[in-house]
Design a protein around this ligand. Structure first.
Ligand code: CTP
Ligand code: MG
Length: 177
């Protein structure tokens, strides 16, 4: 076998933490906003459905970008060299939010209403776009072999389902997935 090393996975998880935080923060932060404004301004696509839907807001986007970048700055202090540039956590956060928005766009085009499930895309779409964006700017990281990447996506899917179920139990989300 070869390939898999625990330190590789730990390094990978630390590296993608800004993307996780950017993806998760809006669920909590947007609750503090009285009337969050949808990114699509309520507009519909030519297919008659919302472009993105009410689940993607300006406040959530700003909160996600800010939270992910802040966590990245903190991580950079604790682990110098984790990020190749101080802007890399911002790239990871932007990629995460872009992946999330693209996922909602695809879901609406498929006729899945806001909050409805699109397995795989819902859990790991944000990570795929975050890694694509940060690696196209700064190059791949040393742990980026196929087995570590596969494991990272599996762990991310499990964590996403786990934290979502936790948010549901806390009353933060109306659906368990
Ligand atoms: N959220 C937000 N703005 C964003 C991303 C998320 O306000 N850019 C908030 C919304 O309150 C959203 C919640 O975080 O309902 C959970 O996000 P997500 O699961 O991505 O959205 P869904 O409501 O499931 O909508 P969709 O079906 O479009 O994914
Ligand atoms: Mg959802």
């Amino acid at each position: 076998m070869g390939g898999f090393q625990l330190e590789g996975l730990v390094g990978a998880l630390l590296y993608v933490l800004p993307a996780y935080v950017a993806n998760g923060a809006p669920v909590v932060l947007v609750r503090a906003v009285p009337r969050p404004r949808p990114l699509d301004m309520g507009r519909t696509f030519p297919d008659g459905r919302r472009i993105l839907g009410d689940g993607k807001t300006f406040e959530g986007l700003a909160g996600g970008l800010l939270s992910g970048t802040l966590i990245g700055a903190l991580l950079s202090l604790l682990s110098p060299g984790l990020f190749r540039s101080p802007l890399e956590p911002l790239a990871l956060s932007c990629g995460a939010m872009l992946g999330d928005v693209l996922g909602s766009f695809a879901k609406r085009r498929l006729g899945i209403s806001q909050g409805g499930p699109l397995p795989v895309i819902d859990q790991v779409g944000f990570l795929a776009v975050a890694l694509l964006l940060s690696w196209s700017l700064y190059g791949p990281k040393e742990w980026s072999d196929a087995s570590t990447l596969a494991l990272l996506f599996l762990v991310t899917a499990a964590l996403h389902l786990g934290t979502n179920a936790g948010a549901y139990l806390l009353g933060l989300k109306s659906r368990w997935y």
